[in-house]
Design a binder for this molecule. Structure first.
Ligand SMILES: [Ca+2]
Ligand SMILES: [Ca+2]
Ligand SMILES: [Ca+2]
Length: 144
């Protein structure tokens, strides 16, 4: 019984990990970073992080015109929660606040999370740095 439950929990975790951060509305930034480890070597390079942001942009830019704006938002009556999350993320990404998020803004914009995590500034977030980030995120959650 217990064993079975553990299996189900593990399976649910695997599914959650494959769902894009946007759909999940993930609040823990380290999970977003972990997903950026595209070659699965446990380290996130700046290139991998940039690639992840490009993929995220392409997912959000539904009509593929190179700009995320309200036309790309999910239809409200279809997925209300998804729409709100889309708005939040779009606002967060819109660095100059003009209501439009260009691909350039997302892919080449300031990399605050990466810079914050890469404490020794070598262009790679290694497992130690990731662990430190995770601890910081957990501490923030606990303080809430
Ligand atoms: Ca990697
Ligand atoms: Ca668009
Ligand atoms: Ca580093």
């Amino acid at each position: 019984m217990y064993r079975k439950l553990t299996l189900i929990v593990a399976a649910a975790g695997a599914v959650a990990a494959s769902v894009p951060a946007l759909a999940q509305g993930q609040r823990d930034p380290t999970q977003m970073l972990e997903r950026a480890d595209l070659n699965g070597d446990g380290q996130i390079t700046r290139a991998e992080h940039t690639e992840m942001r490009a993929r995220m942009f392409d997912k959000m830019d539904r009509n593929q015109d190179g700009v995320i704006d309200k036309e790309d938002a999910p239809k409200r009556r279809m997925m209300r929660r998804g729409g709100d999350k889309f708005k939040q993320l779009a606002e967060h990404l819109d660095s100059n606040g003009d209501g439009r998020v260009t691909r350039d803004e997302v892919v080449n914009g300031p990399n605050i999370l990466f810079d914050y995590g890469d404490t020794d500034r070598n262009g790679v977030i290694d497992q130690d740095e990731m662990a430190a980030l995770r601890e910081a995120a957990a501490a923030r959650q606990a303080a809430r």
